[in-house]
Design a protein around this ligand. Structure first.
Ligand SMILES: Cc1cc2nc3c(=O)[nH]c(=O)nc-3n(C[C@H](O)[C@H](O)[C@H](O)COP(=O)(O)OP(=O)(O)OC[C@H]3O[C@@H](n4cnc5c(N)ncnc54)[C@H](O)[C@@H]3O)c2cc1C
Ligand code: SF4
Length: 845
């Protein structure tokens, strides 16, 4: 199976930033993006192309627009290399500092809480802005200074005393930074190249941004982060749609995807015929970055929920549409004359009015909307009133009677002067609606139960200010048709896998790492715990940049794939002042226990190969989930997609332990001679999972699951563990003695069942023994899958000793993770038990 350091699902704002940052740092990165790549010039324009520009592979549609109508709202998102940046309106505003609220009460109950601050994001905002290249609309420059819709917004704001601004736009107006803006000028290529290899030119003010920029003037993610990611070695795979995800035994994740293969006709449009695709294929990775957008990521987590026992119950929650509201100002006038607005000239958005939080509603932005020129024709066609048509017919009859053969004036009158389209302006509102929606699966399909009801004050305030802007411009105000039914159409869906301070509050931590699943990250709009207020892309990208920094920092300090974002810091693993450095009792530390003298053979670097198991053994029960591990396997847990976790309400804890040593073959009928000459290397890495910490502590067996791999020459290399257990501090053979028992069952490369059974002896004595006892595993390799009571009768293949190295111990301490309602307290209870038992054995008296 293919294995990489990181798989990134989706190539929008979260995915593109993560892919670039991780690839730049030298990680092997694969980006799986379901949509196509669009070079400048390839975005659909004519009716034939636009009619197929939608995403629904089951219907043979592989286009850019993914349109949803949920129970509670409607929505549009994008599909393609670059995600929403292909069709977005380029606004890159920072989230207002005051809107990173902490536990702000919400109408109808609950609260909004951001576990990050503006100060946390500031350097990442800077970095993203630099990389993407943003600049305000150059309203004072010749050729741009007559953009009427921008001037109309400025005038209205001035009259109403509102805060008006030119927001940063991810558009190239000038051929190079600092140069004079000019339209249609060639753009210099970035040092990292461009994945499309097609020339770009500066903005022509054509208003087609939401259909994709055929000039390459938009600094969309394909031209920036994704081109840089490719330059640094990332493998960008389009038309690759991820269907299933799941944790991998021993750490990391499996990702299953299909590859769509549209039938292309000669014109480059999708041909007819049934959908074609290959797969499912599986790729594995140490880190999995979910960046499939709010809907894509939430859907993947909900659908694969059974594979993620202990996933926070907040999955699906905190959905909102970022307060989106579309309205229109029609037929603007200026002292009884029409006031030209020409909304089709300029990029889709050029300016913004900011509304602070007020007594009458939460804060918002109102931005001018634009559209391509052909929409003017549609508007005029729709406005072709019966009177105009009747007049045309009458004049035509008169022409026939009078033999007037010239129809020019009649047609001019029929088409009119474009008054409606020339004097109207769409207004785009967005802001702090109430994030109380929930994404869920209904009959296996994604649905959203958010409604505008609890945000009523917000919407009423927004509409009333839009109306006042209309009044100033002498225009009629009109709601968009969905609002007639109190529905909104959002292009900014957020939430579903929100970040929080603990699993009771969110699915992932403030760095996007999913609680309980080290190495699994949410990097897109799904992670946002509430509305951004402003357009959200910059904030999504900044959070992904922060997440990437965190991943790389932890990698640098730990140099191990599983060493994630220290959920449990070293200093916190201790009771009563006994910290990690003194996991030994009474100040007896690792260093002083003579570990340096333990000479161990080098174990080959960790590499994941094909984990084949013999026929008939593909499905292995690991206690909580059926894990399939054949070469063609679908390595995911079974279970209904949306069923709640069996561990709901309990707190689980897990950590990763790695040991290595030597095994010596035992001759048939001979006695085991651990450590004898001719020892062969052996190592294992296991995730020890305590599903229910309370039960674990109270039951005398103190038993946990052990999953992962074992690597031994004697067994034909690295083998997945097919069922393992770990017992902590069970009574030993003599009074006061304790044991830590390991039992790892697997098949060797020849398909023979094997068990590695071992124990650490914790013998009463001087505290100086502590390190040696707790780090030394006396192990035997047995024939067959042997239960504990069968050890004496089992045939011993080999025997030896494994040890945990100090560096592996430090790494292990960083891998502690919890899930469930009681995380931090669970770690404390576990540590108290652990250290308490050691104190019993080695402590004075
Ligand atoms: C018309 C329009 C105008 C907008 N204007 C603005 C604006 O001016 N400013 C702003 O800030 N925001 C704007 N937005 C919103 C912005 O596009 C989104 O907020 C942003 O793109 C979200 O980023 P993301 O990383 O969460 O996901 P996305 O950018 O949506 O990226 C998700 C990607 O994942 C892919 N994907 C989904 N499922 C899978 C799967 N199973 N396997 C593989 N790939 C998958 C999708 O194809 C997509 O490419 C606009 C949106 C629209 C539709
Ligand atoms: S206005 Fe036209 S040229 Fe300018 S960014 Fe938008 S689509 Fe590109």
């Amino acid at each position: 199976m293919e294995h990489v350091d990181a798989v990134v699902v989706g190539s929008g704002f979260g995915g593109a930033v993560a892919a670039c940052r991780l690839a730049e740092a030298g990680l092997s990165v694969v980006v799986l993006e379901r949509g196509r790549a669009y070079a400048p010039g390839e975005f659909p324009r004519g009716p034939a192309q636009l009619g197929r520009a939608f995403w629904d592979p089951a219907e043979g549609l592989y286009g850019m627009f993914d349109i949803w109508s949920f129970s509670g709202c409607d929505s549009v998102v994008s599909s393609g290399l670059g995600g929403g940046s292909l069709v977005y309106a380029n606004v890159m505003l920072r989230k207002d500092e005051d809107w990173f609220v902490h536990e702000q009460a919400l109408p109808g109950g609950g609260y909004e809480s951001w576990p990050v601050t503006r100060a946390d994001l500031e350097p990442h905002y800077d970095a993203v802005e630099r990389m993407i290249g943003v600049s305000p609309y150059p309203l004072t420059s010749p050729g741009f200074d007559d953009t009427l819709k921008t001037l109309a917004m400025r005038d209205a704001a001035a009259e109403l005393g509102l805060d008006w601004r030119l927001p940063p736009l991810a558009v190239s107006f000038a051929p190079s930074p600092g140069a004079q803006p000019s339209q249609g000028a060639p753009l210099a290529a970035a040092a990292y190249g461009n994945l499309h290899d097609v020339p770009r030119r500066t903005c022509r003010l054509c208003g087609e941004c939401d259909l994709g920029c055929n000039d390459g003037a938009k600094n969309s993610l394909d031209h920036t982060y994704l081109s840089a990611a490719r330059h640094h070695g990332a493998d960008l795979r389009t038309l690759h749609e991820v269907r299933r995800i799941g944790p991998r035994v021993g750490g990391g994740y499996d990702v299953q995807y299909v590859e769509h293969m549209p039938r292309e006709d000669e014109a480059g449009e999708d041909g007819d015929g049934p959908p074609r695709r290959t797969g499912p294929h599986t790729i594995s990775c140490d880190r999995l970055v979910l960046a499939a957008g709010t809907y894509g990521t939430s859907y993947l987590l909900l659908k694969n929920r059974a594979a993620f026992p202990g996933l926070s119950a907040t999955i699906g929650s905190r959905f909102c549409g970022n307060g989106d509201l579309l309205a229109f100002l029609l037929r603007a006038t200026d002292r009884s004359r029409t006031r030209p607005i020409r909304a089709s000239r300029g990029p889709v958005i050029t300016s913004a009015i900011r509304l602070d939080d007020g007594a009458d509603g939460r804060g918002a932005y109102i931005e001018d909307g634009g559209y391509p020129e052909f929409v003017d024709y549609l508007v005029e066609g729709a406005d072709m009133r019966p009177g105009r048509v009747a007049r045309f017919l009458l004049r035509r009859m008169r022409n026939i009677l009078t033999h007037d053969t010239n129809l020019s004036a009649e047609f001019a009158d029929l088409i009119g002067r474009g008054e409606l389209s020339g004097t109207s302006l769409p207004l785009l509102g967005m802001g702090r609606d109430v994030p109380d929606g929930r994404l869920r699966l209904r009959d296996g399909r994604l649905d959203v139960d958010w409604t505008a009801e609890s945000s009523e004050d917000y919407y009423e305030r927004l509409r009333s200010i839009m109306r006042r802007i209309g009044d100033v411009l002498g225009a009629e105000y009109a709601d968009s048709p969905p609002w007639w039914r109190r529905r909104v159409m959002t292009v900014h869906p957020l939430g579903g896998a929100p970040m929080g301070r603990h699993p009771g509050e969110g699915v992932c931590d403030p760095y996007g790492e999913v609680f309980g699943f080290p190495g699994l990250y949410v990097a897109d709009g799904a992670a946002l715990p509430g509305p951004v207020g402003a357009n959200p892309s910059l904030t999504i990208a900044a959070l992904a940049d922060r997440m990437s920094t965190r991943i790389l920092e932890s990698r640098a300090s730990l140099a191990a794939p599983l060493a994630g974002v220290g959920a449990v810091r070293a200093e916190s693993v201790g009771v009563g002042g006994v910290g990690v450095e003194s996991v030994g009792v009474g100040g007896v530390g690792v260093e002083s226990a003579g570990v340096e003298s333990v000479e161990l053979p080098a174990v080959p670097p960790i590499e994941v190969g094909t984990e084949a198991v013999p026929r008939g053994a593909e499905t292995v029960s690991t206690g909580t989930e059926a894990v399939s591990m054949g070469t063609e396997a679908v390595p995911f847990a079974a279970g209904r997609a949306d069923e709640p976790s069996v561990f709901e309400g309990r707190t689980s804890l897990w950590f990763v332990e790695e040991m290595r040593g030597l095994l010596t073959l035992v001759p048939p009928g001979g006695a085991a001679r651990p450590g004898g000459a001719g020892g062969r290397p052996v190592a294992f890495r296991i995730t020890i999972t305590i599903d229910d910490i309370d039960r674990f502590l109270t039951e005398p067996e103190h038993e946990a699951r052990a999953e992962g791999w074992i690597e031994a020459d004697l067994c034909g290399g690295r083998r997945p563990i097919a069922g393992g257990s770990f017992n902590l501090f069970v009574p030993g053979e003599t009074a006061g003695q304790r044991r830590m028992c390991y039992r790892l069952r697997f098949w060797d490369a020849d398909g023979r069942p094997r068990t590695l059974a071992g124990h650490k002896e914790i013998l009463p004595g001087a505290p100086t023994r502590l390190w040696l006892d707790t780090s030394t595993l006396h192990a035997r390799l047995l024939e067959g899958h042997v239960e504990e009571d069968g050890d004496d009768d089992a045939t011993v293949v080999a025997a030896g000793t494994l040890r945990i190295l100090p560096s592996d111990l430090v790494r292990m301490l960083t891998t502690f993770r919890t899930a469930g309602p009681d995380g931090t307290a669970a770690v404390t209870r576990f540590c108290r038990f652990f250290l308490g038992e050691l104190w019993e054995v080695y402590g004075p008296g």
